[in-house]
Design a protein around this ligand. Structure first.
Ligand SMILES: NC(=O)c1ccc[n+]([C@@H]2O[C@H](COP(=O)([O-])OP(=O)(O)OC[C@H]3O[C@@H](n4cnc5c(N)ncnc54)[C@H](OP(=O)(O)O)[C@@H]3O)[C@@H](O)[C@H]2O)c1
Length: 226
C-alpha cells in the first residue's frame, strides 16, 4: 500500500472508475470524485464488489475532496474538464494534475478530433491552472482495458508535460501497472497530436470491429526518467 492518495474528479464514468480500479489494484488509495456524494459512493462500492479478491482501497466523495488528494486525475466528460478544474483551482494548486481528455465528435462511422482552445485540452488546462503541473496521458487506453484489473494492460502510454518532474511522477505510477509502458513525448505541445490520434484509433475500432491501442517500436526504446 502506497501512502500517496490519488483523487479522480468525475470518476463515475467508465474511464474514471477504470483508472480508479486499476490504480487501487496496484496499491494506491483512491478517492472517486463526483458532483454527487451518493453516486460516488455507489460507484466505489460497485468496484469493490466487482473485484472481491482484491483489497481495493477506494472510497467515493465529492469532487472537492478528490481534488484535495496528493495527485489528481481529471476524468469528467471532455467538455467539462477545464471548467471543472477552474472551479477547483485552489485545491489543485501545487499539484500534478493528469489530463486524459480527448475532444472528439462522432460523425457516422468515423470520429473526428476537435481543436480546443490552445490546441488541446491539456494545454488549455495548463493555461487555466498556472500553479499546477499538468501531465497528459492515457488518452489511448480504453476504459474496458484499463478497468479489467485481473488482466495485463498491454499498451504504451504516451506522456507529455511542461514539467519533467510531474511527468516522471505519473510515469513511475503507471509503469507499475502490469503490461503498461510509458513513453515520454516531451512538452505539452505534443498533446495536440496525442489527443487527436484518439479519433483515428476510434475510427479504426469501428471499421475493424476491434479495440486498437498504441505500441511504439524503436531500437533501444525503453521507459526512462525524462
Ligand atoms: N471512455 C474511455 O474509454 C476513454 C478513454 C480514454 C480517455 N477518455 C477520456 O476520459 C474522460 C472521461 O471519459 P468517460 O467516458 O468516463 O466520460 P463520461 O462518462 O462522459 O463522463 C464522466 C463523468 O463526468 C462527469 N460530468 C459529466 N458532465 C459534467 C459537467 N457538465 N460538469 C462536471 N462533471 C460532469 C459525470 O460525473 P458526475 O455526474 O458523477 O459528476 C460523469 O460520470 C474524458 O475526458 C474522455 O475523453 C475516455
Amino acid at each position: 500500500m502506497y501512502e500517496v492518495e490519488i483523487g479522480i474528479i468525475g470518476a463515475t464514468g467508465p474511464q474514471g472508475s477504470a483508472i480508479g480500479a486499476r490504480l487501487a489494484s496496484i496499491g494506491y488509495q483512491i478517492v472517486l470524485g463526483s458532483r454527487s456524494q451518493e453516486k460516488a459512493s455507489q460507484v466505489a462500492q460497485d468496484i469493490i464488489e466487482a473485484w472481491p479478491t482484491h483489497d481495493l482501497k477506494i472510497r467515493g466523495d465529492l469532487n472537492e475532496q478528490a481534488a484535495r488528494c496528493d495527485l489528481v486525475v481529471l476524468a469528467t466528460q471532455w467538455e467539462a474538464t477545464v471548467p471543472t478544474a477552474m472551479d477547483l483551482k485552489g485545491e489543485l494548486a501545487g499539484k500534478t494534475v493528469v489530463s486524459m481528455a480527448n475532444a472528439l465528435v462522432r460523425s457516422g462511422r468515423e470520429f473526428h478530433a476537435l481543436v480546443p482552445a490552445r490546441g488541446s485540452i491539456a494545454s488549455w488546462l495548463q493555461a487555466s491552472l498556472p500553479d499546477s503541473k499538468v501531465v497528459a496521458c492515457l488518452q489511448h487506453v480504453p476504459a474496458s482495458e484499463l478497468g479489467a484489473v485481473d488482466r495485463e494492460c498491454s499498451c504504451d502510454v504516451l506522456v507529455c508535460s511542461d514539467f519533467d518532474d510531474a511527468a516522471g511522477q505519473v510515469s513511475s505510477i503507471l509503469d507499475l501497472v502490469p503490461g503498461m509502458r510509458t513513453i515520454h513525448c516531451g512538452s505539452l505541445s505534443a498533446s495536440f497530436a496525442i489527443e487527436s490520434l484518439t479519433a483515428v484509433l476510434l475510427t479504426i475500432n469501428l471499421k475493424y470491429k476491434t479495440r486498437s491501442s498504441v505500441k511504439i517500436s524503436g531500437v533501444g526504446l525503453k521507459p526512462e526518467a525524462p
